[in-house]
Structure formats: structure tokens, C-alpha cells
Design a protein around this ligand. Structure first.
Ligand SMILES: *[C@@H]1O[C@H](CO)[C@@H](O)[C@H](O)[C@H]1NC(C)=O
Ligand SMILES: *[C@@H]1O[C@H](CO)[C@@H](O)[C@H](O)[C@H]1NC(C)=O
Ligand SMILES: *[C@@H]1O[C@H](CO)[C@@H](O)[C@H](O)[C@H]1NC(C)=O
Ligand SMILES: *[C@@H]1O[C@H](CO)[C@@H](O)[C@H](O)[C@H]1NC(C)=O
Ligand SMILES: *[C@@H]1O[C@H](CO)[C@@H](O)[C@H](O)[C@H]1NC(C)=O
Ligand SMILES: *[C@@H]1O[C@H](CO)[C@@H](O)[C@H](O)[C@H]1NC(C)=O
Ligand SMILES: *[C@@H]1O[C@H](CO)[C@@H](O)[C@H](O)[C@H]1NC(C)=O
Ligand SMILES: *[C@@H]1O[C@H](CO)[C@@H](O)[C@H](O)[C@H]1NC(C)=O
Ligand SMILES: *[C@@H]1O[C@H](CO)[C@@H](O)[C@H](O)[C@H]1NC(C)=O
Ligand SMILES: *[C@@H]1O[C@H](CO)[C@@H](O)[C@H](O)[C@H]1NC(C)=O
Ligand SMILES: *[C@@H]1O[C@H](CO)[C@@H](O)[C@H](O)[C@H]1NC(C)=O
Ligand SMILES: *[C@@H]1O[C@H](CO)[C@@H](O)[C@H](O)[C@H]1NC(C)=O
Length: 701
């Protein structure tokens, strides 16, 4: 029994010492890592305790045969500081380094890697490295396979001979830095993924590029590359991604581009490419994304046969000079979710077969010469996923599709969130089928010939937060029911259009303009009359309120001051009378304000944003007075002389205003008494002024 126990004890001791030997990490590696740790700080603590085996530390792996550290894998650990110290140079078996998504700064750590002939994978992306890349690094890293320094602040030219030392390189990602000059990737014959977008690279696309037959992805967007796309690109038969957008490329597409039979993504938008699209492009049957907007491509669009592009999801031909009719073959691309043909010279009607595009969510044909808007809506209502429909300046001088035209709307457009039909000179009334679009957030019917009333039911549209009816022939009152609009009253969430924004369809600026639309009610340039309803004051989420150039009369509702988010308020060109409510000075975000050309009177309020509005905001109201328009109000009422501008300026005012009318002494005494008395009993300057101006007005009439 004793022997057995003793044997067991021995066995345990042996085992633990064995384990210690097998797993205890190399002392040099251990010390190097400890030094490394001391020179970076990390917000997420690492369990790197000296008393434990470093091969068991977080982010560390070792070889099994000699316990040397191979992996330093610490992405997203909140590391900061610099690593340009020699501590890692002794980790001579290191092959995999991932320090991505940290906050490491300073120069690219060339010295670290002097002995790193084993290095295969280096990911330093999404840090704050600056300075330039040194070619000596690539000369030594002879086994490098993957190199990612994207999303840093590296500068200068890219080293001349990246692959002269690193011939096995397969992945090279230099994107989102500040590299300049051209780029030499000759000799990178194993390169599969090449990304260098969002830099300031220039010159023609390097000839070497066309020789690297292993390339699967070329992504060089947002640089300043110029010149043509060389015909030899068609030799890169493994290419699946070609992104050259936002550069200065010119010339035509290679005629045989169809040889790129593996191509899934072709993004060439925002260049100066021209000519017709080679028919062979339509042989790239794996294409999912085809973005060529903002170029000078042209030609008959109906010549393009889309029938082989069964996988196509997004096509953007916007802002080119394509002519002709939309091809029926487009309907065969059953996976289409986004189609943009805007800003071309297309004619004819929307092909009826488009009704079968069940995935279509975004359709834009603005700025073309299409016809038959009723037909278009009747077809597109079958696309049950359609959420965005841009059709402004597309049809001309037709009739606004009415309820009869869309009588079978049924469940159509139940996902529609944006509908624009502006600038089409459409005649007719606002049709009630719009009331059925329960998810509609943005409705733009501006610049048409729509007449009749603004229907009260618009106020019950649950999500609507942009209503643009600018420049039509609308008449009658502004319905007080609009004050109910839920998305402008309280529902902050519904005004989010971000889910609709397919970023690849837009340049940043355009994207912001379209999908951060300010919540607005725009009914300017119509024939609306009556009072501005008090209820509008409930729309406290409103940012823009345009009531200008109508026939509104009565006074400005005081409670517009409850529109606390308002940035623009335009009431110019109406028949409004009475005073500008002092309460409007409480609108702290108001940066644009106009009541020009009305019949307002009294003193222009001062304080708040009102101190920033120019005279033009108030011009054309002969009975208004105040500092900003250089027209004096009554002395007693307004306060000290010094605040007012000199007489000489005022004399230039032609329609010499009411305060110049010579009043008798009795009036002044009377007014003075009235002021003093009101002051005593009311204690408020505001009421003093209001009362005295009323008094003045009755006297002067
Ligand atoms: C350190 O943490 C990692 C996981 O993050 C764990 O796998 C490892 O066992 C830990 N090592 C020590 C010595 O505690
Ligand atoms: C690297 O290791 C050697 C011993 O092998 C040591 O003398 C030297 O100081 C180490 N360098 C660093 C930077 O840790
Ligand atoms: C580095 O780590 C990040 C985060 O885990 C990961 O997304 C990335 O793929 C890794 N890099 C490499 C080259 O594997
Ligand atoms: C490089 O790293 C970034 C993250 O920082 C990642 O988005 C990108 O896909 C990586 N590049 C490659 C080629 O894997
Ligand atoms: C770039 O890095 C920053 C911070 O380092 C990070 O927030 C951002 O997501 C990164 N961008 C990409 C595209 O990886
Ligand atoms: C890198 O950034 C640091 C500050 O983080 C700055 O002091 C240094 O001059 C920069 N180096 C270069 C080459 O831009
Ligand atoms: C192209 O891809 C195929 C399949 O992945 C591969 O066998 C072939 O070697 C690649 N061609 C080149 C030139 O790398
Ligand atoms: C295309 O590239 C080849 C080299 O690959 C070159 O000889 C030829 O001149 C280039 N063609 C044009 C039009 O630039
Ligand atoms: C395309 O542009 C080039 C200049 O970049 C010009 O020489 C050529 O004639 C243009 N082709 C067409 C079809 O307009
Ligand atoms: C498209 O491919 C087919 C066969 O794959 C070929 O016969 C045809 O000529 C190609 N069309 C064009 C325009 O290159
Ligand atoms: C059309 O493309 C040109 C050239 O890229 C650009 O300058 C222009 O702003 C674009 N127009 C629109 C409306 O996007
Ligand atoms: C709405 O109307 C304004 C005129 O005030 C016009 O400039 C604007 O482009 C229209 N469209 C949208 C979506 O606001």
C-alpha cells in the first residue's frame, strides 16, 4: 500500500515537472513580451502574469516543438502607446501578428521586424500609425502572406518594391491612409487581394496590375488615378471584385470585359469614362453589383441584354447620357433590389414586366423623359418591397394619377416610405390613394400644377415627416388637421430613413442630403388662404416650415414658438397682419426666418436668434419698425435713443412710416401716462409695448 502511494506521488511529481518543461515558454520570449506589455497600456487587462506560462497568456500561442511564441493576437484590446521599441525583435519565431482595432500610434515599427523571417500575417489595421512605410521591412519579411495596415495615418509614397522580398504576398491592404504617388506591385505574382482605396494615389493604373493573374480583388476607390483602364485587364480571369470608383479615369471600357466571367462587383462610378457599354459586359453572369453612375457613358440602353445577369442585385446607371427605352430584359434580373437610372435621357414607359421584380426596394428614374406616370405607378405597386421611389422631373405635363387610375391599389405600396413626383407639371388634385400608403415618410409633389385643397387626411398619415407641396396651385385653408401629424408631434423614431439608405448608391454628400432630410412642411408658392392654424404649433419636431408666397392672412399664431426645433420659418409673401409674436425669440435653433412682404406692424422683437436675422427678413412691411430695418419705433416704447440709428438713415426710407406722422402733444402725454400706468400695474415691458402700439394704431388709422 505504501509502495503504491509512493509510486503515485512520484508519478504526479514527474507529470507536473514534465508539463512545466513542455509548456514553459522561452525565457527570451517571456522577457520580450513583458517589456512589450510595459510599453503599451491597455484598457482591457491581459492575464499576462509573470508567474504563469507565457504560452498560456491571452493572445499568445507557441510552437509545440520548442515553445517559441508564434502568435501575438491582440485585436480590439484597447492597446495604446507606441510599439516602435526593439522588444519584439527577439520574438524570432513570431509568424502571426494581429494588433488591429487598437489605438497604437507612432511610426510603423520597422525595427521590430528585423529578424522576423517567419512573419506570415501582419494586421496592424485600424490604429493610429503615422509616418511612412520602409521598404527594408518588405525586403526582410520574405514569408509574408498577408499585410494589412488599412485605416491608419501612414503617409508618403508606397515602397517601390513591395514584392521584391515578399514574393508570397497574397493580401495587401493599404486603404484609408494618406499614401501619395503611384504604386509598384510588380513581382506580386501571388497577390489575390489588392486594396489601396481612400488614399491620394495618382497616375495611371500601374501596368504591373494587369500581369498579376492571381488577382481576385482590385479595390482602389477614392484616389486620383487617371488615364484609361487597359484592355489587358480582361486577362485577370479570377477577378471577382473591381472597384475603381471616384477616380479620374477616362476612356472606354475594354471591349472584351465579358471575359471577366467571375466578376461579381463592378464599381466604376464617378470617373470620366465614356463610350457605350460593351455588349460583352452582359456576359458577366455572376455580377451582383454594377455601379457606373457619374460618368459619360451613353448609347441606347435597350441594346443591353440583361437576361444573363440573374444574380444582379444593384444597378446604378445614374447621371450618364444613356438614351432609349428601359429594356424588358432588366425584368429578368430577379434578384434586383436597387435600380437607378436617374439623370439620363431615357424615353418611353416603365416596362410592365417590372411588376415581377419582387425584391425591388429602391427605384430611381428622376430626371429623364419618361411618359405615363399612371401606368408607371400601376406597374410598380406590384413590387411589394418597394420602399423608395424617386420619380421627380421624369414625366412631363401629365395628369396626376387619380383614384380611378389606381383603383386596384389594393395592398400596393404598403412598404413605400419615400415617394417623389416633383417637377413633373402634373395636373389634378392630391389623390386619396396616397392615404393608403401607411408607411410613407416623405412625400414630394412640389413643382407641379396640382390644384384644389390640401386634404385633411394628410394629418393622419402615421409616419409622414416631410411633406413638400412647394409651387402648385393649391387653394383653401391649410388644414388644421396637419397639426396632428404623429411623426412631427412626438414620434421621433419614424423619421429615420437610414434603413433605406443603400450607401453604395450615393456619394456621401448626396446620401446626407437625401437620408437626413429635415422634418419639414413645405407649402410655399401656392394659393392657400385663411389663417395659419394654431394647431401647426403642435408640430414640435418640425425643422422647416415654409408657408411663403401664399395668401395667408390674420396674425402669426403666437404658439409657433412651441416649434422648438424649428430651423427655418418662411412666411414671406402673404397678407399677414398684426405683430410678430415676441414669443418667437424663444426659437433657439431658428437660423432662417422671413416675414418679408406682408402687412405686419409694430416693433420687431429683439433677442435670441432675432438679433441675427437680416433686414431682408422683414422688408416689405411698411408698418414694421425696429433697429434691424433702421426704422424707429416710438421713443417711449423702444427705449434709449442710442440704440436707434441716426435720423439721416431713416430719411432714406421712402414709404415714410406711421411713426413720423406728427402727433399732438396730447398724444404723447396720453401715451406716456398709459405706459407708466401699465408699467406700474403690469410690470412688464412687453405688455406695455403691445398696448401702446395697439393704441397708436387706433389713433393713426
Ligand atoms: C488567459 O485568458 C485566456 C482567455 O482570454 C485563457 O484562455 C487563458 O487560459 C488565460 N491564461 C491564464 C494563464 O490565466
Ligand atoms: C534580445 O535577446 C538578447 C539575448 O539573447 C538580449 O541580450 C537582448 O537584450 C535582447 N533584446 C531585447 C531588446 O530584449
Ligand atoms: C485580426 O483580428 C480581427 C478582429 O478579431 C479580425 O477581424 C481580423 O480578421 C484579424 N486579422 C487577420 C489577418 O486574421
Ligand atoms: C484589413 O483590416 C480592416 C479592419 O481594420 C478590414 O476591414 C479589412 O477587411 C482588412 N483587409 C483585408 C484584405 O482583409
Ligand atoms: C477605422 O478605425 C477607427 C478607430 O481606429 C474605427 O472606429 C473604425 O471603425 C475603423 N474603420 C474601419 C472601416 O475599419
Ligand atoms: C506622428 O504622430 C505624432 C503624434 O501622435 C507626432 O508627434 C509625429 O510628428 C507624427 N509623425 C509623423 C511622421 O507625422
Ligand atoms: C484562379 O482560381 C482558380 C480556382 O480558385 C485557381 O485554381 C487558379 O490557380 C487561379 N488562377 C491563378 C492564375 O491564380
Ligand atoms: C496596356 O498595357 C500594356 C502593357 O500591359 C501596354 O503595352 C499597352 O500600351 C497598354 N495600352 C494602353 C492603351 O495603354
Ligand atoms: C472618350 O474620351 C476620350 C478622351 O478621354 C476621347 O478621345 C474619345 O473620343 C471619347 N469617346 C467617345 C465615344 O466619346
Ligand atoms: C457571350 O458569351 C458567349 C458564350 O459564352 C459567346 O458566344 C458570345 O460571343 C459572348 N458575347 C459577347 C458579346 O462577347
Ligand atoms: C454627374 O456626374 C458629374 C461627373 O462625375 C458630376 O460632376 C456631377 O455633379 C454629377 N451630377 C449629379 C446630379 O450627380
Ligand atoms: C422640396 O421643396 C424645396 C423647395 O423649398 C426643393 O428645393 C426641394 O428640393 C424639394 N424636395 C425635398 C425632398 O425636400
Amino acid at each position: 500500500m505504501l509502495t503504491l502511494c509512493f509510486c503515485f506521488f512520484l508519478f504526479v511529481v514527474l507529470l507536473s515537472s514534465l508539463q512545466e518543461n513542455v509548456l514553459s515558454c522561452n525565457q527570451i520570449d517571456h522577457d520580450s513580451l513583458i517589456s512589450f506589455h510595459q510599453h503599451i497600456s491597455n484598457s482591457l487587462p491581459l492575464n499576462w502574469s509573470s508567474s504563469t506560462d507565457c504560452c498560456h497568456w491571452e493572445g499568445i500561442s507557441c510552437t509545440t516543438f520548442n515553445n517559441r511564441v508564434t502568435h501575438l493576437w491582440l485585436p480590439e484590446k484597447g492597446l495604446s502607446g507606441t510599439i516602435d521599441h526593439p522588444f519584439l525583435a527577439n520574438l524570432s519565431f513570431l509568424s502571426h501578428i494581429n494588433l488591429s482595432h487598437n489605438h497604437i500610434s507612432g511610426p510603423f515599427p520597422v525595427t521590430l521586424f528585423h529578424s522576423l523571417i517567419h512573419l506570415k500575417i501582419l494586421d496592424l489595421s485600424s490604429n493610429r500609425f503615422n509616418g511612412s512605410l520602409d521598404s527594408s521591412f518588405f525586403n526582410r519579411a520574405s514569408n509574408l502572406i498577408s499585410f494589412n495596415v488599412s485605416n491608419n495615418s501612414l503617409t508618403g509614397p508606397v515602397p517601390l518594391s513591395i514584392c521584391s522580398g515578399s514574393a508570397f504576398l497574397e493580401i495587401l491592404d493599404l486603404s484609408m491612409n494618406k499614401f501619395i504617388g503611384n504604386i509598384n506591385i510588380g513581382g506580386c505574382s501571388n497577390l489575390k487581394v489588392f486594396r489601396a482605396g481612400f488614399n491620394s494615389l495618382s497616375g495611371w493604373l500601374p501596368y504591373d496590375l494587369y500581369r498579376l493573374r492571381a488577382l481576385e480583388e482590385i479595390s482602389l476607390p477614392n484616389n486620383r488615378f487617371s488615364g484609361p483602364i487597359n484592355d489587358s485587364i480582361v486577362l485577370l480571369s479570377n477577378l471577382t471584385v473591381l472597384e475603381l470608383h471616384v477616380n479620374e479615369l477616362s476612356g472606354e471600357l475594354p471591349l472584351d470585359i465579358g471575359l471577366l466571367s467571375n466578376l461579381e462587383q463592378l464599381q466604376l462610378h464617378t470617373n470620366s469614362l465614356n463610350g457605350t457599354l460593351p455588349p460583352s459586359l452582359m456576359n458577366c453572369s455572376k455580377l451582383k453589383t454594377l455601379l457606373i453612375r457619374n460618368n459619360r457613358f451613353g448609347g441606347e440602353i435597350s441594346n443591353l441584354d440583361f437576361s444573363k445577369l440573374q444574380l444582379l442585385e444593384a444597378v446604378d446607371f445614374g447621371n450618364n447620357t444613356f438614351v432609349g427605352k428601359i429594356s424588358n430584359s432588366l425584368c429578368l434580373c430577379r434578384s434586383l433590389t436597387a435600380v437607378r437610372l436617374a439623370y439620363n435621357r431615357l424615353v418611353g414607359e416603365i416596362p410592365p414586366c417590372m411588376a415581377s421584380l419582387r425584391s425591388l426596394a429602391h427605384f430611381s428614374v428622376s430626371d429623364n423623359y419618361l411618359s405615363n406616370v399612371s401606368q408607371a405607378l400601376n406597374i410598380l405597386r406590384h413590387c411589394e418591397n418597394i420602399a423608395v421611389l424617386f420619380m421627380s422631373r421624369c414625366f412631363n405635363d401629365e395628369t396626376m394619377p387619380n383614384d380611378d387610375d389606381l383603383s386596384r391599389l389594393g395592398n400596393g405600396f404598403q412598404n413605400l416610405q419615400i415617394l417623389t413626383l416633383g417637377g413633373c407639371q402634373l395636373k389634378g388634385q392630391i389623390p386619396s390613394w396616397i392615404a393608403k400608403l401607411r408607411k410613407l415618410k416623405v412625400l414630394n409633389l412640389s413643382y407641379n400644377k396640382i390644384y384644389g385643397p390640401i386634404p385633411a387626411w394628410l394629418g393622419d398619415m402615421p409616419r409622414l415627416f416631410v411633406l413638400n407641396l412647394t409651387q402648385n396651385y393649391l387653394s383653401g385653408n391649410l388644414p388644421r388637421e396637419l397639426g396632428r401629424l404623429p411623426a412631427l408631434n412626438s414620434d421621433n423614431t419614424s423619421s429615420d430613413l437610414s434603413s433605406l439608405a443603400l450607401p453604395f448608391l450615393f456619394d456621401a454628400q448626396q446620401y446626407n442630403r437625401l437620408f437626413n432630410l429635415p422634418r419639414g412642411l413645405k407649402v410655399g408658392y401656392n394659393k392657400l388662404s385663411g389663417n395659419i392654424p394654431e394647431e401647426i404649433g403642435r408640430l414640435k419636431l418640425l425643422h422647416v416650415l415654409d408657408l411663403n408666397n401664399n395668401e395667408f392672412n390674420g396674425s402669426i399664431p403666437r404658439n409657433l414658438s412651441r416649434l422648438v426645433n424649428l430651423e427655418r420659418l418662411d412666411m414671406s409673401g402673404n397678407d399677414l397682419s398684426g405683430e410678430i409674436p415676441e414669443s418667437l425669440t424663444g426659437l433657439h435653433f431658428l437660423s432662417s426666418f422671413s416675414v418679408a412682404n406682408n402687412d405686419l406692424q409694430g416693433e420687431i422683437p429683439r433677442g435670441g436668434q432675432f438679433d441675427t436675422f437680416p433686414a431682408a427678413s422683414f422688408e416689405g412691411n411698411p408698418k414694421l419698425c425696429g433697429y434691424v430695418i433702421k426704422r424707429r419705433c416710438d421713443h417711449v416704447v423702444v427705449g434709449t435713443q442710442e440704440e436707434m440709428v441716426p435720423e439721416s438713415d431713416e430719411e432714406e426710407e421712402p414709404e415714410s412710416s406711421w411713426y413720423n406722422v406728427p402727433f399732438g402733444l396730447g398724444y404723447f402725454v396720453g401715451l406716456f401716462l398709459a405706459v407708466i400706468i401699465t408699467l406700474l400695474f403690469n410690470g412688464s415691458w412687453r405688455s406695455v409695448r403691445a398696448d401702446s402700439t395697439n393704441y397708436l394704431e387706433t389713433r393713426s388709422v
